[in-house]
Design a protein around this ligand. Sequence first.
Ligand code: HDD
Length: 713
Amino acid sequence: MAKKTKSSNSSDEKSKQLENFSVDGKDKALTTRQGLKVNDTNNSLKAGARGATLLEDFLLREKIHNFDHERIPERIVHARGSAAHGYFELYESIEKYSKAGIFTDTSRKTPVFARFSTVAGSKGSTDLARDVRGFAVKFYTQEGTWDLVGNNMPIFFIQDAMKFPDLIHSVKPEPNNEIPQAASAHDTFYDFISLTTETLHNQIWVMSDRAIPRSLRMMEGFGIHTFRLINKEGKAHFVKFHWKPKLGVHSVTWDEAVKISGADSDFHRRDLWDAIDSGQFPEWELGVQIVPEEDEHKFEFDLLDATKLIPEEMVPVQLIGRMVLNRNPENFFAETEQVAFLPGSIVPGIDFSNDPLLQGRLFSYRDTQLSRLGSHNFHQIPINRPITPVHNNQRDGHMQMEIPKGQTAYFPNTLSGGCPYLSSVEEGGFESYQERIDANKIRTRSESFSDHFSQPALFYRSLADWEKKHVADAYSFELGKCNHAHIQERMLWLIAQIDDDLANEVAENLGMKIPEDIERPINQAIGADANVADHQPGKKKIYLDKAPTLSQANTKFDTIATRKIAFLVADGFHMKDFDQMKAALEKENAVVKIIAPHGGMVTCDSEMEHKVDASIMTTESVLYDAVYIPGGKKSIDALMKKSKFIKFLNETFKHCKAIAVDNEGEQLLDKSAFTEYKEDKAIFINGNASDFISAIAKHRNWDRMDKTENIPV
Ligand code: HDD
């Protein structure tokens, strides 16, 4: 679809609404919560300077009392998250599919609040855990709030919400010893996975690089479920939602993830905050895959099965608008911690499908907010308020913030003129899609959900060789952490249903054999026993040989904007080299960071001082996308004296990143563990900046992988 050209509304009603609730203590007197001005918040009231503290000290009691109750229960999943405000704007109306204002009115800039999260880890765990990432977007539309609560992977582990507690209990720390934190590499998870084979598709995605994103700004988002779009005539189309990041889809290696978690467990949170703070606003395009209802059963998989994706090669993603995140929260707790997303929050023009996973979610989110936010009035918390008027007869309860007027709290009524009144569909009143259902009440799993292997196999076949290697390494790490051989063996057999080479490589790394068969039925949990033999490559169930759009090798590599480039310097570095490279990189909106043997200032060969961004003692190579070393004998001699600079270089090489050096900088390469590989195509010695920039834009030079095995870091 053509990009929108005309300018959009600048009014951001949500920011204005939040401003009404914002409090700023700048140039204000300190007070109690009762508004009483305080003249001493440093000492408790005592019976004499050295006497006992007095119970009457209401200032002490209020301050400590409040402090004691500042924490609320963390989210039961997705506890660790980071969020930002922004807007969504439509390129062109898709009114033939949906009557939703957000999908028909191109003059709007709809305020949004997006929260990204890991799933398994506690609130204080690390950003770079190997995990799915939550991708939740709250659209404050003029017809009410729409919450699109997705993930960064297009499918989910399970098909029926009934299995969610089991899935989460299996991946969270084990109940006897609360180990491990923020990790799926343990027995209970793979015990459950190997007995519930519908999980294998999302599970292999978690073994891929998708689970360790370079940045929250460099990952896709998916609504996962099949939803419905409803147009003005009441006609429905099935739809799947996609978020396509402007910066492409890029990941770190597992070795980087392990080290980043130690060097900066807030890596993603800081990256998102800094990008917005510096005006490098993260951006995604919203895409839709549209399926006419009459085509519902044309696929080899069931659209209601959340463990299946629709390959873009079968139904293209139409890009219909963009989301730009351009404002950091004012207060983490008030906004990011208290935001409550509800998949059940929809607007006219959008509706649900009978996906059993979605159906269960429609209950759970509202329910969980009660224990998390403490009141059914959580929607009155500023960040959760719609920008549209709220009038109904729902009343009272803890923390009721509004003062309803009038004598009635019921409908119908005469005493309030029948108000708040009902709205017709034409006036914007919501009408559920009238889907015809002709079935018996039954507790079962649809036979159409029983293919658990074709799509994981398709995903794996579609990966580039370097991605496949990362999957094999990930399985070897994860299953290597399991202590029960029978669980490892089950998993090896199941992986062999996806790909023999993969299973053989993992089995070799585990020092195990792939069993001939495993105890059946596999799916004790759901009774079905998907006959895996049907799903070997080449068998009837395979509908695509490959789906190239699933591979990160086919993402965008057209920018180095916001990439962080480490400049390794010491006193006496060549100003000319430094200036030229810095100017070239910053012209492309990359971020240059000066790393020196010490903090404070570092002086170049023109006797000018430069502020050091990080001393080598406080930073690691894994926090940067590439390295540059300007010349200057004195500087290079000083760097050579610190082994950590050599380690920094060796790791940068090992992680297949670009390296550029000028003049005497080459001497540092000569001290590295990869001197024999100086001809590598992503190493530039007195090269030109544009080649270095192109190499950085390629994210990693994966051709180098076979040379990195012996790099000792
Ligand atoms: Fe969920 C939170 C995404 C399945 C029940 N979920 C939560 C969040 C995201 C998702 C992004 C964090 C929202 C935030 O930032 O506050 N969840 C998903 C996706 C799913 C999914 C994409 C499958 C397609 N979830 C799922 C199921 C259930 C839940 C099947 C229950 C039956 N999810 C919850 C929850 C959470 C939640 C327990 C915990 C915190 C919250 O709701 O607000 O209700």
